[in-house]
Every structure is written in C-alpha cells, then in structure tokens.
Write a protein that binds this ligand. Structure first.
Ligand code: CO
Length: 132
C-alpha cells in the first residue's frame, strides 16, 4: 500500500533562516512561502531530486506548530508523508489494523487528500498519508 516518501516536514522557529540554510548553504531549490490558514501554518517546499522537504512555520495564535516549537525550540522533524493511491482505502486499512487516525481526511498543502496517523502507533513519528 505504502508508496514513495512524498516529504519530510520540519518545524522551524525562524523561517527566513531556514530558507537561507537550504537555499544558500545547501544549494536547494526553495519555493515561495505559502500561508495555509486552515492548517495554521506557513509552508515552504524544498524540492530535492527524490523527495521534498516541507518547512512548517506557525501561522496565528492557535497554530498546531506552536506547541511543537515550545517543546523543540530549535525546531525538529514534525512528520513524514508517504504516498498512497487511495486515501479512503488507506484509512480503512489503518483503522482495521488498530492504528489511530487523527481527524478526518483533509485537503493538504498540495491540494490533495491527506490524513494523519497517531505517532504512538508509528514509533513516535507523526505520519501523513497523501493520495497521489
Ligand atoms: Co506534510
């Protein structure tokens, strides 16, 4: 069922500094910041030859990233995203396997359906599934 690694998301306390690190020091292709008010984040995608890095920066007082950055002031890996062919089939398979699905299927930062799986069921890693 699981497909390619779509992206690794990193929460960052200083978006401009993180952009400069990837663009200038690492020489990566860095996209423009996109505000995602529905998700409480500003997102920057960095395109690598085989996957993407998603920089997450809090947008608004109630951003889900605020708590993460309070615990991880230097930033850190927030989630990893795997591709699936069918998000509903993936959700049903995860539920049948006993994994906890967090909330409903939503539209992710690429305009595709996504869902999140509880880190306690995946070795301490928040997992996003994205339908491709
Ligand atoms: Co993501």
């Amino acid at each position: 069922m699981i497909g390619n690694l779509n992206h690794v998301a990193i929460a960052v306390p200083d978006l401009e500094a993180a952009i400069a690190t990837y663009r200038d020091a690492l020489g990566a292709t860095v996209g423009a910041p996109q505000d995602e008010p529905d998700h409480g984040v500003t997102v920057v995608f960095i395109t690598l030859p085989n996957t993407k890095i998603e920089l997450l920066y809090p947008l608004g007082e109630n951003s889900p990233i605020n708590g993460f950055l309070a615990k991880n002031p230097a930033g850190g890996i927030h989630h990893i995203c795997y591709e699936v062919e069918n998000i509903e089939a993936a959700r049903d398979k995860m539920l049948a396997s006993g994994a906890r699905v967090l909330g409903d299927i939503k539209t992710g930062a690429h305009g595709k359906p996504v869902l999140f799986l509880h880190p306690k069921d995946f070795n301490g890693t928040l997992v996003e599934l994205e339908q491709i």
